[in-house]
Design a binder for this molecule. Structure first.
Ligand SMILES: Nc1ncnc2c1ncn2[C@@H]1O[C@H](COP(=O)(O)OP(=O)(O)O)[C@@H](O)[C@H]1O
Ligand SMILES: O=C(OP(=O)(O)O)[C@H](O)COP(=O)(O)O
Length: 413
């Protein structure tokens, strides 16, 4: 797997004393009943925040949650208290991104203080993806940047997005890498450089289906086989002619967007058909509220929402995992947060944990299944809090926010 050139980041060790720092974290989390759920992202980012506060800097945090229109698009007020528990310090929260209230709270912050701003995606200029110079010219960046001495990017897992908080600020302020950025970059770059003697397998699931299709294409022959499940798997089953695929709240993959996407899915299926393994059975909620399963070959009408791969599929996938030299996981095979639909995800993770193959589990949501179902993180070679960013790193695709950290460093900005 080819890799981008190794950046020599400036890190938080290089920050001038008593800096006012604007820090981008990735606290994007699963949301249940409107509340963010604790996960590895909080624990890992807490280290960066604690070090900055302990050093006496004034620490202002930016992060996003969900996507506009989806159920998980919420305020960050709940995130502040979870983060505070992990940091072991107060984390103040202000329900504003760069308006009067936010500016007053930033101004009032004392040395060693920590303040979390509101969800960056509530600011119109954060999205959509645009060139860094355009993002640097937004009111959002031009208003906040002069209030700080430095920008720290710790959000490796969002570094594939060209959003204002990720690519605008490094053009406006001296930019530094946080601890998560450093460690994830090093681990994922080393993984991308690894050569494997035996079969390389990638388990692909989750909900960010259009994201992973492009990556599957870009990985080319570096991955010998893909084991599919989740919403991504349903897209491929649909392309193979099976009437499956119900859209989640705020998504439109199987209706209007199907017109735009089906050509790509079909061409990936055609080009890599032999490498792509699709579910042979699926699970859904039966009339009695229990898990029920159906063979894919027997589905002749689109009636149910499928929430997991079936037990026959897990039986098909297990031996393929056991004979692999390396296994990469991106996305869950089912809605594992509900125990009834955890069998696919947990079955595959257990099979990986039992072998001594090289293994990486990625994704803010997916990596959460390890702790939830009593698996041991040490049974995997690397558990990344990044999903989309880590699989792009495997293809050698540069991550725009990281390229800017490096350029800022080269320029001595
Ligand atoms: N068939 C399915 N229907 C709905 N959601 C699913 C399905 N399969 C998996 N998921 C959901 O996918 C989520 C993980 O995928 P995603 O958000 O794409 O990945 P990550 O954040 O781990 O990179 C899980 O929270 C799981 O509930
Ligand atoms: O959770 C994230 O990505 P991931 O689900 O691929 O790990 C990042 O926060 C990016 O979020 P986005 O895919 O809504 O831009």
């Amino acid at each position: 797997m080819s890799t981008p050139s190794t950046p020599t980041f400036r890190t938080i060790d290089d920050l001038p004393a008593d800096s006012r720092v604007l820090v981008r974290l990735d606290l994007n989390s699963p949301v249940e009943d409107g509340e963010p759920q604790d996960n590895r992202r909080f624990e890992r980012h807490a280290r960066t925040v604690r070090e900055l506060a302990d050093a006496g800097h004034r620490v202002v945090l930016m992060a996003h949650q969900g996507r506009p229109g989806r159920d998980d698009f919420t305020s960050l007020s709940g995130h502040a208290s979870i983060l505070a528990d992990h940091v072991g310090r107060d984390v103040d929260f202000v329900a504003d991104t760069y308006g009067e209230e936010a500016l007053a709270a930033i101004e009032a912050l004392e040395a060693g203080g920590v303040l979390l701003l509101e969800n960056t995606r509530m600011c119109d200029e954060e999205l959509p993806e645009e060139p860094p110079a355009d993002k640097a010219a937004t009111e959002f960046v031009r208003t906040l940047a002069p209030r700080f001495d430095a920008y720290v990017n710790d959000a490796y897992s969002a570094a594939h997005r060209k959003h204002a908080s990720l690519v605008g600020f490094p053009l406006a302020l001296p930019a530094y890498a946080g601890r998560v950025m450093e460690t994830e970059y090093e681990a994922n770059t080393a993984i991308a450089r690894k050569e494997f003697d035996g079969p390389v397998t990638m388990v692909v699931g989750g909900t960010k289906a259009t994201d992973v299709i492009g990556v599957m294409d870009a990985l080319g022959d570096r991955v010998d086989r893909f084991l599919l499940g989740g919403v991504a798997g349903e897209l491929f089953l649909r392309a193979a002619g099976h009437p499956v695929g119900h859209d989640l709240e705020g998504t439109d993959l199987f209706d209007d967007q199907w017109e735009a996407n089906h050509g790509t899915v079909e061409s990936v299926l055609e080009a890599r058909g032999e490498a792509i393994h699709l579910a042979s059975d699926l699970a859904y909620e039966g009339d009695d509220g229990e898990r029920a399963e159906v063979a894919v070959a027997e589905i002749d009408e689109k009636t149910d929402a499928y929430l997991d791969v079936g037990s026959g599929t897990v039986d098909d996938y297990e031996p393929l995992i056991r004979e692999s030299d390396a296994v990469f996981v991106k996305g869950a095979l089912g809605v594992f947060e509900d125990e009834r639909f955890a069998d696919g995800t947990v079955g595959v993770l257990e099979a990986i944990a039992e072998t001594d193959c090289f293994s990486v589990v990625g994704g803010g949501d997916t990596s959460r299944a390890i702790g939830m179902y009593g698996l041991d993180e040490d049974d995997f070679s690397h558990v990344s809090i990044a999903g989309g960013a880590y699989i792009r790193a495997l293809t050698g695709e540069p991550l725009p926010a990281i390229e800017l950290l490096r350029r800022a460093d080269d320029a001595g900005a």
